[in-house]
Write a protein that binds this ligand. Structure first.
Ligand code: CO
Length: 134
């Protein structure tokens, strides 16, 4: 059911510093930071030949990544995003198998302008999974 790895998201405290690590040290193509007010994060996209890396920095008082950074002071991998052809069909199939979909279960428009859903890490090997409609 799942298709390509769309991106790996890494939560960081300082997105400017993290961007420099990817740009200078690793020699990657790094976008400018984009505040995503609706999602409580500032994002930077790093384009690799076969996938993307998404850097996330908390934005605002109740950012969804604030707790993660409390537990992971140095930052770390926050979620992986897999592409699916039909996000509602994927959700229904996963729910039928007992997987927990976060929030109200309805796809939201994500940072890439496409419908996304998040799946509970306890059901997926301890990893927060984002599904994005390709
Ligand atoms: Co993501």
């Amino acid at each position: 059911m799942i298709g390509r790895l769309n991106h790996v998201a890494i939560a960081v405290r300082d997105i400017a510093k993290a961007s420099e690590v990817y740009r200078k040290t690793l020699g990657a193509e790094v976008s400018a930071p984009v505040p995503q007010t609706a999602h409580g994060v500032t994002t930077v996209f790093i384009t690799l030949p076969n996938t993307k890396i998404e850097l996330l920095e908390p934005l605002g008082a109740d950012s969804p990544i604030a707790k993660f950074l409390e537990r992971n002071a140095e930052g770390g991998i926050h979620h992986v995003c897999y592409e699916v052809d039909d996000i509602r069909a994927a959700r229904d199939r996963l729910k039928a198998q007992g997987a927990r979909v976060l929030g109200d279960g309805e796809p939201k428009i994500g940072a890439h302008g496409k419908p996304v859903l998040f799946l509970h890490p306890k059901d997926f090997c301890g990893t927060l999974v984002e599904l994005e409609q390709a």
